[in-house]
Design a protein around this ligand. Structure first.
Ligand SMILES: NC(=O)C1=CN([C@@H]2O[C@H](COP(=O)(O)OP(=O)(O)OC[C@H]3O[C@@H](n4cnc5c(N)ncnc54)[C@H](OP(=O)(O)O)[C@@H]3O)[C@@H](O)[C@H]2O)[C@@H](O)CC1
Ligand SMILES: Nc1ncnc2c1ncn2[C@@H]1O[C@H](COP(=O)(O)OP(=O)(O)O)[C@@H](O)[C@H]1O
Ligand SMILES: [Mg+2]
Length: 284
C-alpha cells in the first residue's frame, strides 16, 4: 500500500515567502560568497553548464567551476559570468586547491565516479562549509560529524545505489526510507521525483509542493544541484536554502507547463524562468 503522504508536512509557497533572503542594497558580490562547482566531463559537458546556470541564477556571489579543460569552451559562451579551475577535480583530490575561501561547494553532475572523484569528495567533506553531492558523487560511503551539512540529491536509482533499498520498495515508502537514511548517515537527503521529499539528519522532513512531469528529462537534476549551491550562498539558514531551491525549481517547471506541453521542456530553460518565478514569492 502506498505510504500516506499526509503525515509529512508540505513546504508551500507561504513557507518560501517567509524564508527567502533579502538582497541588501548595500551588498556586494562578496556578501554572497564564492561557490565551488566540480562538474562536467568530456562526454557530459552540459552538466557543468546546467548546474552552473542553476548556481549563478540563484543568488550566489561568484562561481568557480572546476572541470576538464575541454569542457570550458562549451560553457563560457552561455555562462561567461563563471570562472574556471582547469582540471578542478584533480586539483581538489590532490589538495593543491585552496578550499577555505568557498562559501559552499557542489560536486557530481557529469562526473564519472572513480578513485580521483572519491578523493576530491573526501577533501570537500573535510572542509567546514556545506557540500552538495549529486550524480557521480553519489556512491555508498560513511559520513563523519562535521560543522556544516552534507546534502545528497539522489533520484530513486541513485538512492537505491547508496542504500541498497530497491526502487520498488523505496517508491512504496519514500518518506520512511529517506528519513531513516538521513538520520542513519547524518546527512540531508533530497529524494527527487514526483513529490520530492527532503529529510534532514535531525528528523525534520518535508514534501515539496511543486514540479511536474516536464522535469522527467535529462539535465533537470543537474540544474537543481546548481540552484541548491547558489541558494546556500545567499540564505542565512541552510535548510531554507535547500527547501526553497527544490520548491522554486519545481515552480519553474509549473510555470512552463501552464502554457506549454510537458513533453517539451529543456533543462536549461528552467533557469530562464527563475527570475520571474522567484520574484512572485518575494515581499511585495
Ligand atoms: N547533459 C548532461 O551532461 C547530462 C549529464 N547527466 C549526468 O549523467 C550521469 C548519470 O546520471 P543518470 O541519472 O542519467 O544515470 P544513472 O546515475 O545511471 O541513474 C539512472 C539509473 O537509475 C535508474 N532509476 C530508477 N528510478 C529512477 C528515477 N526515478 N529517475 C532516474 N533514474 C532512475 C534507472 O533505471 P531504468 O529505469 O532506466 O532501468 C537508470 O538505470 C550523471 O553524472 C548526471 O549528472 C545527466 O544529468 C543527464 C544530462
Ligand atoms: N514526474 C516528475 N514530477 C516532478 N518532478 C520530477 C519528475 N520526474 C523527475 N522530476 C524531477 O526532475 C529532476 C530529475 O533529476 P535527475 O534524475 O538527477 O536528472 P539529471 O541527472 O538527468 O539532471 C529532479 O529534480 C526530480 O525531482
Ligand atoms: Mg541527476
Amino acid at each position: 500500500m502506498a505510504e500516506n503522504k499526509a503525515r509529512l508536512p508540505v513546504w508551500t509557497g507561504h513557507s518560501v515567502e517567509k524564508t527567502l533572503p533579502i538582497r541588501d542594497q548595500k551588498s556586494h558580490k562578496g556578501t554572497y560568497g564564492t561557490g565551488l562547482l566540480i562538474a562536467g566531463s568530456r562526454d557530459m559537458p552540459g552538466a557543468a553548464l546546467l548546474s552552473g546556470l542553476g548556481a549563478m541564477r540563484s543568488g550566489i556571489g561568484k562561481l568557480e567551476i572546476g572541470t576538464e579543460s575541454e569542457v570550458i569552451p562549451s560553457v563560457v559562451p552561455v555562462l561567461p559570468e563563471a570562472t574556471y579551475i582547469r582540471n578542478g577535480l584533480e586539483r581538489v583530490a590532490d589538495g593543491t586547491l585552496e578550499l577555505h575561501r568557498y562559501r559552499a561547494a557542489a560536486i557530481g553532475p557529469g562526473i564519472v565516479p572513480n578513485r580521483i572523484a572519491e578523493h576530491a569528495i573526501e577533501q570537500l567533506i573535510d572542509c567546514d562549509f556545506p557540500v552538495v553531492l549529486d550524480a557521480g558523487a553519489l556512491t555508498e560511503r560513511p559520513y563523519n560529524e562535521r560543522p556544516a551539512p552534507i546534502i545528497l540529491t539522489p533520484h530513486p536509482g541513485e538512492f537505491s545505489r547508496i542504500t541498497g533499498v530497491s526502487t520498488t520498495d523505496l517508491e512504496k515508502r519514500r518518506g520512511y526510507y529517506v528519513s531513516r537514511f538521513a538520520k542513519e548517515l547524518g546527512v540531508t537527503i533530497v529524494l527527487k521525483g514526483h513529490q520530492t521529499v527532503i529529510a534532514f539528519p535531525d528528523g525534520e522532513t518535508w514534501v515539496n509542493a511543486t514540479g511536474n512531469a516536464s522535469l522527467a528529462k535529462g539535465g533537470t537534476g543537474d540544474t537543481l544541484t546548481g540552484m541548491i549551491l547558489g541558494m546556500l550562498c545567499c540564505h542565512e539558514d541552510w535548510k531554507h536554502a535547500v527547501l526553497n531551491a527544490v520548491f522554486l525549481h519545481g515552480a519553474c517547471a509549473d510555470h512552463w507547463a501552464a502554457t506549454r506541453s510537458t513533453q517539451t521542456l529543456l533543462a536549461h530553460e528552467l533557469t530562464n524562468f527563475l527570475p520571474e518565478v522567484w520574484k512572485k514569492y518575494e515581499p511585495k
